[in-house]
Design a protein around this ligand. Structure first.
Ligand code: MG
Length: 312
């Protein structure tokens, strides 16, 4: 069998390669190869690049390590005893589909690279490889991975206010209601509508309107607590789901209205005005998050109409 060429190369001055490590982040990496010299070389390269490395000689050993420690990436050979790289890939993607895996393929198993990519491998490199190529491909894989993670975080956040967006809210709220059924807790949902967004936009411009939305988000963060799920689910619609509450809902409603009042007082004008409705989840007669939202939304409208009648 052909010896990997990289082993015969002298270890390069890694400062030369530094420019390819744009993010200069350091990772925990699992290196899997049954050929001791290849495994040692890759671990040395990655360590010199600043990363922490653990090594395994088979898929089975790798899987055992993955169960015990958290790795940011895996670099694995394909042909190995006990459990090969492809079976390892299958197992890894069952555990975490987002774990970046780089495959090292030998001369005889080029076909496996395709299978590995289909199984979710992000990068592959062919033996014999050069040290430079390995490091560059590794950095590319990790940079792509970070890009994807950042994009995912963005797609779950409301860009203007930084709160969760509608999509994220539904995912989290559904989980929360499931837990509530199991633990017999009674989550409380707040549906909050900003009354005068259109008015602000029309009279003071959209920048003022955006600022008011951001400020209301700030007031919600100040009023509620860290584990509460706070989201903006529409233009001027906000929701807060409290996993459970030891305070009465009324107390929180009062605190929220007071915080809005303080905000307006600081600015010497009534720029912010909200209508809200609440609905409590009953674990003994569970309803869906959509139904809970409709309930709170309906009460919010009752509240809004009542206030319209009061203000001529
Ligand atoms: Mg092998």
């Amino acid at each position: 069998m052909e010896e990997p060429r990289a082993i015969e190369e002298e270890l390069p001055n890694l400062e030369m390669l530094e420019s390819s490590n744009m993010t200069s982040s350091y990772y925990n990496i699992l290196v899997v190869d049954d050929e001791e010299p290849v495994k040692r070389l890759i671990a040395t390269l990655l360590s010199q690049d600043g990363h922490q490395c653990a090594a395994a000689s088979s898929g089975l050993e790798a899987l055992d390590k993955v169960k015990k420690h958290k790795f940011d990436a895996v670099v694995t050979d394909i042909v190995m005893p006990e459990m090969d790289g492809l079976d390892l890939m299958r197992e890894l993607s069952k555990r975490d589909q987002n774990l970046p895996v780089m495959i090292i393929t030998g001369h005889a198993d080029e076909y496996s690279a395709e299978t590995a990519i289909a199984l979710g491998a992000r990068e592959f490199i062919k033996k014999p490889f050069s040290i430079t190529e390995f490091i560059i491909r590794f950095h590319k894989m990790m940079d792509d991975h970070r890009g994807k993670e950042a994009l995912l975080a963005l797609s779950l956040t409301d860009e203007l206010t930084g709160l969760f967006n509608r999509r994220r809210f539904f995912v989290l709220a559904e989980q929360s209601l499931k837990v509530a059924i199991r633990t017999k807790k009674r989550p409380l949902l707040f549906f909050i509508d900003m009354d005068n967004l259109k008015l602000i936009n029309d009279h003071h411009g959209h920048n003022e309107g955006d600022q008011a939305l951001k400020d209301l988000a700030g007031i919600l963060k100040k009023t509620f607590r860290e584990p509460d799920i706070i989201a903006r689910i529409g233009g001027d619609e906000f929701v807060v789901l409290l996993e459970s509450t030891d305070e009465s809902g009324e107390k929180l409603v009062t605190r929220l209205h007071e915080n809005v009042k303080d905000y307006n007082a600081e600015r010497c004008k009534s720029i912010l005005s909200i209508s809200l409705g609440t609905a409590q989840f009953d674990p003994d007669s569970p309803i869906s998050i959509d139904e809970l939202l409709s309930k709170a939304d309906a009460l919010m409208y009752v509240h809004k109409r009542r206030r319209w009648r009061r203000t001529p």
